[in-house]
Design a protein around this ligand. Structure first.
Ligand code: SAM
Length: 442
């Protein structure tokens, strides 16, 4: 009779645990709808996997042939330092090995799979198991894609460089508000101010003694427009770029609003503010620069007062499963702007994970115009539009020379998100429980 493996009471019983490396096996229950799937799982150094497979074989849980196939495929995948091994205690032979952040090229080779369906998406786990005796892979993508730790600094440098270098041309072209889409352009002039004020109304901002935080405040155009229209509000803007911060402060001084608008040089992934400080957080076309939306959402949640709101108007990616052409077009766009455009679903999930109640998360594409932005690329005689130049190359402006890219249709649309930090309940307050976002793994 086949014996089930003896997994010890909480720690692994195989020899590596006696060599000063105790492994904690945990019972993991996964839910598929209403059906629970219990697993016994352990995290262990990849180099120990072969040994554990051998132990499972000698315990009669896995056949020698299956163990060898699993081991060989696993080794060929050039796993990183750690792996997760799980067994279904009720099903002999049911062993799966998870590789965190696998190398995409290696996976393509090992699995022979066409990973194009992942579009630009990164794989957070590859699961290897035997299916009908043959090794089979399942690939998992995170619900919210974030850059691995090693790439965060590089991305941050890229964003900073883009804004440090291009701010003079951006400021000259667009003034103090830099957005690709204006909401409900009120007039043919397509001024930014009516757009910002309409967005502020959608954010629920009204004239009251409130503190607003503007994430990625640019040259403070939106903050100035809101503060002028609402004489009692105070606004703090954060911006990654030193160059932008200097100009934004200058703009605020010029507008005579230095007593109600502060501009702070900071990264919105790590806000230099106390908990529960702001009544509202706004972000206009800024979160697409985040290397990790989860971190930004957690920070926004932390600095908001209970009951406070977050409103974001963002350009978002249509889907994570883009076809190759759409993915390439979007990559070119993101490279030009130093962006990492997420999907609307990723924004939403990041906010929910942080603890927000998401009230709205939908497209506002029909109400947004990119025309002024596109026209700014070309040096046009008054009254002309690019269509009048069909067949001829219109002259590019300084902004156009640095941004024009003749890529096809971009898989993007404009969206808005409104989310609320739940009000702390009496019970939670009495118990001394601080309202916190979910800081668990992403
Ligand atoms: C497209 S501009 C929008 C600016 C402004 N919201 C507006 O409407 O004019 C994006 C802004 O986000 C800022 N930004 C990008 N990444 C950031 C980060 N990690 N922390 C703070 N600001 C950031 C940029 O410096 C830039 O000012």
């Amino acid at each position: 009779m086949r014996r089930k493996p003896t997994l010890g009471s909480g720690t692994c019983s195989h020899p590596c645990s006696r060599s000063g490396q105790p492994y904690v096996w945990g019972l993991v229950v996964k839910w598929d709808g209403d059906v629970p799937h219990p697993r016994i799982s352990v995290r262990l150094p990849s180099k120990r996997v072969a040994r554990v497979l051998a132990d499972l074989t000698s315990a009669g849980f896995l056949s020698a042939d299956h163990a060898r196939k699993l081991r060989d495929t696993f080794v060929a995948a050039k796993p990183g330092t750690d792996a997760y091994l799980s067994v279904d205690p009720g099903t002999p032979g049911a062993v799966a090995i998870d590789l965190p952040s696998p190398d995409r090229d290696v996976l393509t080779t090992v699995t022979g799979a066409d990973l194009d369906w992942l579009g630009q998406g990164q794989i957070s786990f590859a699961k290897l198991r035997l299916h009908g005796g043959a090794p089979a892979w399942s690939l998992y993508r995170p619900a919210v894609e974030a850059l691995p730790a090693r790439d965060k600094a590089t991305h941050t440098r890229r964003v900073r460089r883009y804004y440090d270098e291009l701010t003079p041309v951006i400021a000259e072209t667009f003034g103090a508000t830099y957005q690709a889409g204006l909401y409900e352009p009120a007039s043919e002039q397509y001024e930014a101010k009516p757009s910002t004020l309409a967005l502020a109304r959608r954010a629920g901002i009204e004239d009251a003694d409130i503190e607003i935080l503007d994430l990625g405040c640019g040259l403070a155009g939106p903050a100035i427009d809101i503060a002028e229209a609402h004489p009692r509000v105070r606004i703090t803007g954060v911006n990654l770029s030193e160059t932008q911060v200097e100009r934004a402060r200058h703009n605020v001084e010029q507008a005579g609003l230095a007593d109600r608008i502060d501009v702070v040089q900071a990264d919105f992934h790590a806000l230099p503010f106390a908990d529960d400080q702001f009544d509202a957080v706004i972000a206009f076309e800024a979160l697409g620069y985040a290397y990790d939306l989860n971190e930004v959402a957690r920070e926004a949640f932390r600095v908001l007062k209970s009951g406070g709101t977050l409103y974001a108007k963002e350009l978002v990616k249509e889907s994570v499963d883009l076809n190759t052409t759409a993915a390439e077009n979007l990559s070119a766009h993101d490279r030009t702007y130093a962006m990492r455009t997420p999907t609307l679903a990723e924004h939403r999930v990041a906010l929910e994970r942080a603890g927000f109640d998401v009230v709205q998360a939908h497209s506002i594409d029909d109400a947004v115009s990119t025309e002024p932005y596109q026209l700014a690329m070309f040096d046009l005689p008054d009254g002309n539009t690019p269509s009048l130049f069909a067949g001829r190359n219109p002259t590019l402006t300084a902004f156009g020379r640095t941004h024009f890219n003749d890529h096809g249709e971009l898989p993007l649309f404009f969206a808005e998100l409104l989310a609320r930090k739940p009000v702390a309940t009496q019970h939670a307050v009495a118990a001394g429980v601080r309202l916190r976002g979910n800081r668990g793994s992403s």
